[in-house]
Design a protein around this ligand. Sequence first.
Ligand code: HAM
Length: 386
Amino acid sequence: MERAGYAQVIPPILEDIGVFHRVGEATDVVTKEMYDFVDKGDRHVALRPEHTASICRAYVQHRPATPFKVWYAGPNFRYEKPQRGRYRQFDQVGIEVLGVDDPDLDVEVIALGWEFLSSLGLKQVSLLINSLGESSERTDFISALNSYLESRRGALSQESISTLERNPLRVLDSKREQDQEVILGAPKIVDFLGNDSRRHFERVQAGLDVIRIPYTVEHRLVRGLDYYRQTTFEFSGGTLESAQNALGGGGRYDSLVEDLGGPATPGIGFAIGVDRTLLACDDESVFPIDKRVPEYFVIDTTGGSEALVVTTELRGSGFSVDRSFSGRSMKSQMKAADRSGAPYAIIIGSDEVVNEIVLLKSLRTDEPQEVVQRSALITRLREKKK
Ligand code: HAM
């Protein structure tokens, strides 16, 4: 992201609740899932459910030059029903750009998300894209969709009937088996796009073609937040369960900056869910997390203060070193050394202290144990590293 000119911002975890109301009064994220409370100064605040609204609030407050290109990473909070891939605290890493309406930027943003996931080694990721058009086009679409869904009400699940009353667009997002036939026959937003919106969407697709990023146009992709317009997209993980398979998503948003008191400013961005991405990495056996193995394990049978000095000295010289605590027996310290995975133990007993030496013992091979002068230990370990 930084190679593409994005600088890091660290927005606060807590904001005035009004900042998040702009995310969408009709969305679950705002109506049901916010962790909000009144603080000691009588302010109604909330833990952020996402970063985009905070970035726009910061933009309105500080008015940086445009294009304002930023990246962020941090925790978010939503009161959801916890299950694999859906948590009440989860991390996102994302980007936002304010001040540019060019479809080439949509392609740049989507490509950065795609590259992020592919550079982890993930193969089973698909990119879904859609356009939600301008708000007038969306209004026409929503009213056609509403009439259609009302006419098929009897065939919808109970959950979708109640979603329909609040936000007909979100019915398209239903993953319930019972709703699928109705959803398949629903009107498509693409048929409601005007010339400008259509051209914008075609330019985005042409750009993705040029840089060879594969995608599918998914007419049902509506996203869970209300602020979107024009291009929307999602990275879907092939190994995850369908209700939690979005590894990340984003799109253009129009009125967010204005709603927060700023000038009309186009915006676009995405957020990738770190927790789900790690689940996908596990499922695809990529990006394994290295077990941290120390280079040396210090065994001190004289009480522990020799180990304190030696570990401090060696760590200060750049070696990774671990030790036991609580004056354990030689046998128990040898076991701990073995478990640590360290290739060598540095052994210090009372004879070694008197003679100002240490023993360097390989824990993995049968190379002979070495006697090293205490004062020459760091030099000897540096030689071994070469
Ligand atoms: P979102 O689709 O709500 O979009 O969240 C983005 C990603 O965060 C999801 O695709 C998912 O991976 C992860 N995520 C969301 N909720 C949870 C949860 N409860 N547990 C685990 N992971 C979760 C946004 O948040 C927008 N702010 C994205 C954006 C940026 N749009 C424009 N700019």
